[in-house]
Design a protein around this ligand. Sequence first.
Ligand code: BDR
Ligand code: CA
Length: 305
Amino acid sequence: MAEAVPVILDVDTGVDDALAIALAVSSPRVDLVAVTTLAGNVDVDRTTANTLAVLDWLGADSVPVHRGASRPLARPHVDAAFVHGTDGLGNAGLPPSPRGVGADRGPAAIIRLASARPGQLTLVCVGPLTNLAIALNVEPTLPSLLAGVVVMGGAYRVPGNVTPRAEFNIYCDPEAAAQVLATPFPRLTLIGLDVTEQVVLSRAAWTAAADGNGPVAGLVDRIGRRAFVERGLAGTALHDPLALAAAVEPSLVAGESAGVTVGTEGEARGETRLDGAGSAVVASTVDPGAALRFLSRELGLPSLI
Ligand code: BDR
Ligand code: CA
């Protein structure tokens, strides 16, 4: 059996972030070392409270949580509450966590943890890239201290989901994304909408999963009601769980090495452009069936296909 990958998960929890947290907690393939939070889908107070509530709901109340960036590097915060609900969790009503956050802030915690275990930890970022940009600014050797970085972000050969050209995590803080993607990481994988929009939780799969027993099924039930009952959606993309899945099971996606530049101004804000040779691996194809089977198994849910 494959060894567990030690992971720091950087989140803006968020409905699909909550499922990524559930995957991190449930899967024997993931050793969840810490979670860092930031402003993204909703403000950082809510993403932090949501992260703590989800971890506690899952019985993972010993996983440290570090509150991170409260706003993008250079511009006001725009949220995605229209997707995730005003509480960020589809109005799931989870009990609030009684516990507090770790003493150091998100970027400082990333640097501390990576420095304590050089070359061992994988950082998986499933929100805007503000915490990582700050950490890189403070500790430029961070790329070599990490075993790898996996980012959910970007739309490379497909339209965006916020504007025709931009995916939300990159659009939210394009200056942070530009700084991160200008950094020559030895091991950086970009999981964009090109692949995440192909891995979809259907209403039928949600209904079956939500009917199950246990905390993961209960979480899936609560966080899916807004999308499937209130908004009547037929399906919802599993962006953040796929990014974490690809971090521990890279065979789920295939991609190519490239450079990526990020638009910051006007209609190009948040655009991710493939730009010649570079060291980032940009995922271009995924086997949706294999990904859904992996997620079902690791989450302990009935088949999500
Ligand atoms: C990304 O944006 C957020 O709304 C989701 O949580 C995901 O990380 C998808 O574009
Ligand atoms: Ca997210």
